[in-house]
Ligand binder design. Structure first.
Ligand code: LLP
Length: 444
């Protein structure tokens, strides 16, 4: 096998499971030639492969279920949610983690069973909590004392009993990017487990007549590639739960170590398997729960990125190119930080291929830059590509999580269209924004 083949095959492994190269040398996903797709839908375009999404949901359910049958997998919808995806999550028997009235409304609009929804967030508004209670959201994951009081009053005023979890901050560093670290002591999220704050929250929750405290949640950050942070935090929180049982006879019915499961963005990266996470998390639980006399609480696992990242592909057309002799070769694409802020925000690294000539040999290092008026708008730095020129099609793998979800209209760029692919069929699941949409909310 030549270097050329190895180079392309290794990048292909980052794309959705259904990816292949056809005899025209084009990238195909879900049985569809991406060159045909962009002819129909234009660029920038985000593709999602339905098979990969469903496969990942099933793998989470089977791997965790194998070791700990009382598990519920809930998709962290902040990674990306729209109506089509919410329907798929429902069909795959997933629960949903939402963090806003908006995400909740999308789920509600497709008849997602709201008793399987967990509502997270450090500053849920009164309006959002009202909506959640009126719609019968399964669990509110209470983040702080203000929310505890507000929710208690609200549930009382509506004469209903609301199931809650308390979010705890174990003070464990998951060694993720500092912007996506949440479980360290200095975090805006959750009740700190020092100075009796978490215990105070338990006392208050137990005495609130309209709140039903079911257990504890923590989320350390993401992506997390080590098992130690999960194991250490599980031990801390179960120790705490044991103390709460001794002190207040609190029985926990649920326990959630959050999400944060890493994915491969680049060829060199080596991420743990879902089984590795399942074994580490359930192994720790199974050894500690009997010791601490905590029964078999329902385990709630909250993957976002690991469900959707690999399923998504971003496609861009190359417009201008620029060579600074001896310094750099740039290719400019028709999207950028407005549809994928991750490289600019977290220095996230991605790979790319030239989707219309995927078998051509790499000839040099290129930097793929977006079209926005910011020097930081670089999608991929110094990557080996074939001779790439105007009109070529750049495909970036692992773009399904937190790209579209964090997209903006910066520079008044319309957001991309999104297409769901399945067995040779393509369905537009979100149309491209147009200039009219950009002005649609303005009032003269
Ligand atoms: N559960 C909770 C409470 C969370 O806050 C998050 C993510 C998750 C689960 C899912 O984490 P995941 O499995 O997707 O890693 N915008 C950043 C990621 C922010 C994650 C926020 N919370 C990024 O693009 O990397």
């Amino acid at each position: 096998m030549s270097d050329r083949d190895l180079h392309n095959i290794s990048r292909l492994s980052l794309f959705p499971f259904t990816s292949e190269v056809n005899d025209r040398g084009h990238l195909c996903i879900g049985g569809c030639d991406v060159v045909d797709l962009v002819r129909e839908y234009g660029t920038p375009l985000y593709l999602f492969d339905e098979f990969t999404i469903r496969y990942n949901c099933r793998e989470f359910r089977s791997e965790f279920g194998k070791y700990y049958s009382n598990t519920m997998i809930i998709y962290a919808s902040k990674a990306f949610l729209n109506r089509a995806l919410a329907r798929i999550m429902h069909q795959e028997q997933m629960g949903l983690d939402v963090v806003s009235g908006g995400e909740l409304s999308i789920a509600h609009s497709v008849g997602f069973p709201l008793d399987k929804v967990y509502f997270h967030g450090n500053n849920k508004t009164l309006g959002e909590l009202n909506l959640a209670l009126d719609w019968g959201v399964g669990r509110i994951v209470v983040d702080n004392f203000y929310e505890l009081e507000l929710l208690s009053e609200l549930a009382q005023s509506k004469s209903l009993e609301q199931d809650i979890l308390l979010r705890l901050t174990p003070g464990v560093d998951p060694h993720a990017h500092r912007y996506t670290t949440t479980g360290a002591l200095d975090s805006k999220f959750g009740f700190p487990m020092i100075e009796g704050q978490a215990e105070q929250a338990v006392k208050q929750a137990i005495s609130a007549s309209n709140l039903n405290l079911l257990g504890f949640h923590f989320h350390l950050g993401s992506p997390i590639v080590e098992m130690n942070p999960y194991e250490g935090a599980i031990e801390m929180v179960l120790n705490f739960a044991h103390r709460m049982k001794t002190n207040y006879r609190l029985e926990i019915a649920e326990f959630s170590p959050g999400g944060g499961f890493a994915v491969r963005y680049t060829v060199g990266a080596d991420e743990p398997s879902i089984r590795d996470y399942a074994q580490a998390i359930t192994g720790k639980l199974l050894s500690l729960l009997p010791e601490m006399d905590l029964g078999v609480p329902r385990l709630i696992i909250e993957p976002g990125r690991r469900i959707i990242a690999q399923a998504g592909v971003a496609l861009y057309h190359v417009g201008a190119t620029k060579e600074i002799p001896g310094v750099k070769k740039y290719v400019f694409v028709d999207g950028g930080m407005s549809d994928n802020i991750r490289p600019a925000l977290y220095e996230a690294e991605y790979e790319a291929v030239v989707a219309n000539k995927i078998l051509d040999e790499g000839v040099g290092q290129f930097t793929i830059a977006g079209k926005l008026c910011e020097s930081g708008d670089i999608l991929v730095r110094d990557t080996k590509l074939p001779a790439v020129s105007t009109g070529d099609l750049i495909a970036m793998p692992a773009c399904g999580a937190y790209c579209v979800a964090m997209s903006s209209n910066y520079n008044a760029l319309p957001r991309p269209a999104i297409v769901m692919l399945n067995q040779g069929e393509a369905h537009l699941i979100r149309r491209r924004e147009n200039y009219q949409d950009l002005m649609g909310l303005d009032i003269d």
